[in-house]
Design a protein around this ligand. Structure first.
Ligand SMILES: [Zn+2]
Length: 726
């Protein structure tokens, strides 16, 4: 892969970052700027060997931690380091020595512990206390004005104050701080449930492990803080060069690099990646009270969270549009990728009035910049066969850099599209890429034609199985008619095991194809009948990896109903529709026996989707597969009924420690659903939730005949069923 000229060279000075990245850990420093301030911060100059009593050791440990976090912040957040890396290393070394001899309660939050957690085998799932919403989009000034008109109409006001910020092309995360201490953090996931990546987040040195006290607003007992993890452009380029040298595939863009790094099972690898984070908001805010969004940002900054310096408070929509244009004009000079700006109504009162619709707040808007374009040459047009048998023509192009990512393929959608644009093999074309989407060919530069270009025709036979290819009267797509087409089946199995579906770790595209080609599986249900002996018969399958795969398959035997419905690969049934169906029907049998009327009665499900669901369950082959799933002991878990203030009037007492959350978090969960938490058991207590090592309260509850429930039962009651790992 051509990496030279991978990115436009930015004029900023990133030497610091670049040299750091080649070293083992992210907190190693390189700039040399000595100052004696350190000594005053770290206290006395005693060498560790001289410290004899425990108390002195703890004082020294405390001072060192404070000093190191101070220097981290000088270096990573303020960009103004005060000590050399040698001095910094010395402090770290001393702290590590002392901590190994005098471990204390605060060890987990020590700067030495940002790295060092053991690799995981899989991420646990994490239910956000407050869902992470997605934003509605606008693409121009007109769309922005429409948004403002709607806001003014709904809120019945003349002029709206907004807060504007650049929209980073990174990865949204949600962090929980309890009493000012970082407790856990997760990726956004589907907005309701993400992946617990706490260990990896801790390696990001600009992420505070402890919130600053002494800001005008006290540190709340519990707060969810939202941020965007990203990678700057230059360190990204450097990382890719190193990967190329080491024979690893480069990342397509900084966003993918950041996402891949944050979703590393080994935190030591994450620590080596130059990740950074900006904070932009809060979720469940516990007892913190804010008047407007700007105040939230100010509080976050005072508590030690880095807020993007380009954030502005503006008086009206004209200023928003000016901001959108201004940021657009400086975009390429920024150290990081952005794909637009975000507007938020400043007043939280008005935000409340506006509310949300279908998981998007009506008080915020993502204004996207126009897509980026580039010119390249089409070398070939190939045809891919998808899960539903659709043949998709794909242009294979000279690799070209579009908006920071090297691309070599573009979708051509279907034959009509190719004819309409008159795209030929050998043509020079203008391509466009917006965000993460696969690039598109916009137009052919006909003036560059030499006469040697070749026209493309859709093949009459499926390139995978040779079966007939047909085109339905009212469809643009060509399809392979063979229901047993290996390309379709392979794609089907790959979809089934993918992350949004059954999430079978280790069963990627290659392995599913290998299993299929070896005739070990013909459909997804066959996965559950695989044996270790069969797997060991495959090429490059070792004992350990075979075991891991079987374990991963085993773990997927009790999937959430919505994931299972999505995994079935019913045409037009994406993740969201699958969730709606799961919520409505509660189990698979009810869905199977539903008729068109019942299906279309669900909002968002139209006749086309309903038809496709009916056809799926009517198909004999699918019925056979479903029976096989049953024989394999697969039992999808029903979703708990959606709860809205579902615990109203109920009082809870907790005893023992909970596995999935702290007490404060549990209190927030109960209160958000209208319930109350008491500290002691009385005759009025509705439930006693018993965690591990429950105390006397449990006995008392039993004596008074009060219902005792487990943590799991509590979570189900609260609509947050635990997704337990095997
Ligand atoms: Zn075929």
């Amino acid at each position: 892969m051509v990496l030279v000229g991978y990115l436009t060279v930015r004029r900023k000075n990133y030497k610091r970052y670049l040299s750091k990245d080649s070293r083992p850990y992210a907190f190693e420093l390189t700039l040399v700027k000595r100052r004696a301030k350190l000594r005053t911060m770290a206290g006395r100059e005693d060498s560790p060997s001289k410290i004899i009593d425990k108390e002195t050791a703890f004082q020294r440990i405390f001072a060192l931690r404070k000093a190191i976090e101070y220097h981290n912040s000088r270096y990573y957040q303020k960009d103004a380091p005060e000590i050399s890396d040698a001095e910094y290393d010395r402090l770290m070394k001393e702290l590590q020595d002392l901590e190994s001899r005098y471990p204390d309660d605060e060890l987990a939050l020590s700067p030495t512990r940002r790295v060092g957690a053991a690799p995981l085998s899989k991420f646990a799932s994490f239910t956000h206390l407050e869902p992470m919403l997605s934003l509605a989009n606008a693409f121009d000034a007109e769309g922005i004005r429409d948004f403002d008109s709607r806001v003014r109409r709904l809120a019945k006001i003349e002029r709206v104050e907004y807060v504007t910020e650049p929209k980073l092309d990174g990865l949204a995360v949600n962090l929980i701080y309890e009493n000012g201490r970082f407790r856990r953090g997760a990726t956004r996931g589907d907005g309701a449930v993400g992946e617990d990546v706490s260990q990896n987040l801790k390696t990001i040195v600009s992420l505070p492990l402890k919130m600053n006290n002494g800001a005008s607003l006290p540190v709340p007992e519990l707060i969810e803080v939202r941020g965007e993890v990203y990678m700057e452009k230059e360190p990204f380029e450097k990382l890719n060069r190193r990967r190329a040298e080491e024979g690893e595939a480069p990342f397509a863009n900084p966003r993918n690099a950041a996402a891949g790094s944050l979703r590393q099972l080994d935190p030591k690898i994450t620590a080596r990646r130059p990740l950074n984070i900006f904070f932009y908001g809060v979720g469940a805010a516990g007892n913190a009270a804010f008047a407007d969004h700007w105040e939230i940002l100010e509080a976050l900054a005072a508590w030690g969270f880095t807020v993007n310096p380009l954030v502005r408070k503006v008086p009206d929509i004209d200023a928003c549009i000016a901001y959108f244009e201004e940021i657009g004009s400086i975009r390429s000079g920024l150290a990081y990728d952005i794909d637009g700006v975000v507007l938020k109504v400043n007043s939280l009162e008005i935000q409340n009035i506006l509310g949300s619709v279908s998981r998007s707040p009506r008080w915020a808007l993502a204004c996207k910049f126009p897509a980026e374009q580039a010119v390249t040459v089409i070398r070939d047009i190939i045809v891919q066969v998808g899960r539903s048998g659709t043949l998709t023509p794909v242009a294979v192009m000279e690799p070209v850099n579009v908006g920071g990512a090297v691309v070599s393929r573009a979708t051509l959608h279907n034959e009509d599209e190719i004819l309409k644009k008159d795209i030929r093999i050998g043509d020079t074309v203008l391509i466009q890429r917006a965000g993460d989407v696969i690039p598109e060919v916009i137009s052919v530069l006909a003036g560059k034609r030499t006469g040697g270009e070749k026209e493309f025709r859709m093949p009459r036979a499926c390139p995978e199985c040779g079966s007939e290819v047909v085109r339905q009267a009212n469809e643009a797509a060509h399809r392979c008619v063979n229901l047993s087409c290996p390309a379709q089946l392979k794609e089907h199995i790959r979809h089934f095991s993918s992350r949004g579906a059954m999430d079978i770790e280790g069963l990627g595209e290659k392995l599913s194809a290998q299993l299929f080609d070896a005739k070990l599986i013909a459909d997804p249900a066959d996965l559950y009948f695989l044996t270790k002996e069969q797997l060991l018969g495959l090429d490059r399958q070792a004992e350990k990896s075979a075991e891991n795969l079987l374990n991963a398959i085993g773990r997927s035997r009790a999937p959430a109903l919505d994931k299972f419905i999505f995994a079935l690969g019913i045409r037009h049934v994406g993740e969201r529709t699958a969730r709606l169906l799961a919520e409505h029907f509660g189990n698979l049998d009810a869905l199977r026996s539903a008729d068109c009327e019942e299906l279309t009665a669900i909002s968002e499900i139209g006749p086309e989707i309903a038809q496709s669901i009916l056809e799926f369950f009517a198909e004999a082959k699918n019925r056979t597969v479903l029976e096989k799933f049953q024989r394999a002991g697969l039992s999808p878990r029903a979703l708990p009924p959606p709860v809205q203030a579902g615990l109203r009037g109920k009082s809870f007492v907790f005893t023992g420690s909970l596995e999935s959350m702290g007490r404060n978090e549990a209190r927030t969960v109960v209160e958000s659903l209208g319930g109350i938490v008491h500290s002691s058991v009385t005759g009025k207590t509705s439930y006693v939730v018993a965690g591990s090592d429950p105390g006397l309260k449990l006995e008392k509850a039993r004596k008074q005949n009060i219902t005792v429930i487990s943590e799991e039962e509590f979570l189900t009651m609260a609509g947050r069923p635990i997704h337990r790992l095997a």
